[in-house]
Design a protein. Structure first.
Ligand code: ABN
Ligand code: CU
Length: 646
């Protein structure tokens, strides 16, 4: 029997990497409210596990259970960071952050900010002038104000994009009210500014996708049922998962959502560490359109909104199919109440076609082995878009990180008859969707066969001596320091990167390695002089490698909301140019989707896949999957080995 993580925490048996339980979150909140956060004006941004140091974890000592908390005092308009000891019941750190540091939005602020706009008489009057009077149908979409060189006077600001619906479940994104922006101070609820410029007609045509608008569903698709009569092949003990040769711990944070800890592969009976910690570290979605409202759209969906808090409760047969194991995500609302996203993470096995095959044409024998993957995923809704994040673990030691982008385009209005060069017209009624990019950064604390690793860039080269004109080779170049390891993809050179352990050698006396296959390795299109590029420097390049520092967690820095980009993030840390050869290092990969919108993305976007692969590259001495069973439940007598004695 497995017991819930909450029960474990209460009886004091939580693993040091288990996320805080609801009971622990409540305890942290009480300790803070009885201490420095006593005033009514304090609001909670996040309460999460303060992960123990690697040294403590490795030392196997009894590790103190600690929490990191971030708060805002609305009265002072200042943010605070706290460290709370759960065993001691003490506030071990209480620090006021610099003026202007704005932690991510709290979920409650979305509704509060929208309400502030809706009830504001000036906003109502301005909308009435545009012929819009039913405020219940108006949507104020709570974007962060970002940073565009203006002095925000330390205020916590929301920049609401405005849409209007025909009825409650009409899609608002079909009806943008262009050139109309409301800026709200989220601490005071005050409307600070109304940008009410050139009115253009609100596009009227609907963009609905609900069954009631679409009509009867097709009936020709027969059911597909996934059954595992003997159950799933994984075992789950608390947050620890063992599946085939893989083992890991499942984590969840408000900022990152799903986290994988201590990912290991059992090779010939030996547990070999691969990655100590892996998660989505940041995202940015900059728009390329220069129209006044559009040019300021650049959402840092992790750092501005805490994408883990946006996780959906997943449902069987819709989000995930098969023999599912769910994990809940625990967070906190702004008043300090523990809040559970049930079934925030889903885990299941999927068939994955063939893994390997050979037909011996001389002997007329065939050997085929099926591939399967373990899928560990969560799906976040960040206002208009959905992002489904998947870690796929394969039997041969490969790992895939996959993002499916779906949901609804962020739209704009243009004068009827006009066609913006910066976007795709979606109808003939003034609706268009500007070009943009979805940029992701994944942080991977590699520990390939141990803590000390190094990274090589591998390019295809044509040797100068090439008498046959057919020569090409793969050439390794060691990336020695952090600055040298700031790299871009180069498909012309078939570039990839290799993470190695020089101390651990394979059968041919080469360092064992994993390679990072840099698919979707695009770079930020916005110019270096733009504000968004200065804030999202992680997205100017694809590869970054840093010497491990537990405080360096997020690619655009700890608090990117309203930040200038001048103080924190990968571009600042790598200025130190630390040695990264045979060190404890962290690999950061930036990839993305250059979203040239198409008509088919409307009114709801069929998923677009974006991601990258990590593959063993001399990590094993040969294909590690020769021991896969030949038996299947297929129609050929249940064997994928024909003509051979079994
Ligand atoms: N998709 C950008 C966004 C995220 C959260 C809230 C508003 C807008
Ligand atoms: Cu897009």
């Amino acid at each position: 029997m497995t017991i819930s993580s909450e029960a474990q925490a209460v009886v004091g048996t939580a693993h040091p990497l288990d996320p805080l339980s609801r009971a622990e979150i409540s305890r942290v909140v009480s300790i803070l409210k009885e201490g420095p956060a006593a005033g009514e004006s304090f609001r909670f941004i996040s309460v999460e596990l303060r992960e123990p140091s690697k040294a403590d974890l490795r030392g196997g000592v009894q590790v103190a259970r600690e929490a990191d908390a971030v708060l805002v005092d609305r009265a002072q308009g200042r943010a605070f960071e706290a460290v709370v000891g759960l065993d001691t019941g003490t506030v071990d750190k209480w620090a006021q952050l610099a003026v202007g540091v704005q932690p991510p939005f709290m979920v409650d602020e979305f509704a509060e900010g929208e309400e502030s706009c809706r009830k504001n008489p000036e906003v109502q009057a301005a909308l009435a002038k545009r012929g819009i009077t039913d405020m219940s149908l108006v949507c104020f979409e709570p974007w962060s104000v970002g940073y565009f060189g203006e002095d925000d006077e330390g205020r916590r600001l929301m920049r609401a994009l405005v849409f209007v619906r025909d009825e409650a479940d009409d899609s608002p994104y079909a009806h943008p009210i262009e050139n109309f922006i409301v800026i709200v101070d989220l601490n005071s609820g005050e409307v600070v500014k109304l940008e009410d410029d050139q009115a253009i007609p609100v596009p009227k045509a609907s963009g609905n996708y609900l069954p009631k608008y679409v009509g009867p569903a097709r009936t020709d698709l027969k059911p597909i049922e996934i059954t595992q009569p003997e159950g799933a092949s994984f075992t789950v003990t608390g947050n620890h998962v063992q599946w085939a040769d893989w083992s890991f711990r499942v984590g969840f944070t408000p900022r990152e959502g799903l986290v994988l800890h201590q990912l290991k592969f059992r090779d010939q009976g030996v547990e070999r560490p691969v990655i100590n910690r892996a998660s989505l570290s940041e995202m940015v979605v900059p728009y390329g359109d220069t129209a006044p409202v559009q040019a300021k759209k650049n959402a840092f969906d992790s750092g501005e909104y805490n994408i883990g808090n946006m996780a959906n409760s997943l449902t069987l047969g819709c989000d995930c199919l098969g023999e599912i194991r769910y994990f809940d995500g625990h967070s906190v609302d702004s008043l300090g109440n523990p809040w559970t996203i049930e079934n925030a993470i889903c885990m299941h096995e999927e068939d994955d076609s063939i893994l390997w095959k050979h037909f011996d044409f001389r002997e007329a024998t065939t050997e085929t082995r099926r591939s399967r993957k373990l899928v560990i995923s969560f799906i976040a809704t960040v206002a208009n878009y959905e992002y489904a994040f998947y870690w796929h673990l394969f039997l041969d030691g490969s790992i895939e990180f996959l993002v499916k982008a779906t949901g609804i385009l962020s739209t704009a209005g243009q004068k009827p008859g006009e066609k913006s060069p910066y976007g795709q017209s979606l109808n003939n009624d003034g609706l268009y969707a500007p070009i943009h990019q979805h940029m992701f950064n994944v942080r991977m604390d590699f520990e390939l066969d141990g803590v000390k690793n190094a990274v090589y860039e591998v390019d295809m080269e044509i040797p100068r001596e090439n008498p046959t004109h057919t020569a090409f080779m793969a050439v390794d170049r060691l990336l020695e320091t952090e600055k040298a390891a700031i790299r871009k993809t180069d498909s012309g050179k078939h570039r990839f990167w290799k993470i190695v352990n020089h101390e651990s050698r394979n059968i041919v006396d080469e360092p064992v390695a994993y390679r990072l296959i840099p698919t979707d390795g695009i770079q930020l299109a916005a110019g270096d002089e733009s504000y968004v590029s200065k804030r999202a420097q992680f997205a100017r390049n694809n590869l970054w490698v840093t010497a491990y520092d537990r405080t360096e967690r997020f690619a655009a820095g700890e608090f990117p909301n309203q930040s200038t980009g001048a103080d924190d993030g990968l571009h600042i840390w790598t200025e130190k140019d630390r040695n990264i050869v045979d060190e404890d290092l962290v690999v950061w990969y930036t990839f993305g989707m250059h979203h040239v919108v198409r008509l088919e993305d409307w009114p709801v976007m069929p998923r677009q896949n974006i991601g990258f692969m990590l593959e063993p590259h001399g990590f094993f001495n040969q294909n590690p999957t020769l021991n896969l069973p030949t038996e299947t439940r297929g129609t050929n007598g249940g064997h994928c080995s024909t003509g051979n004695d079994q």
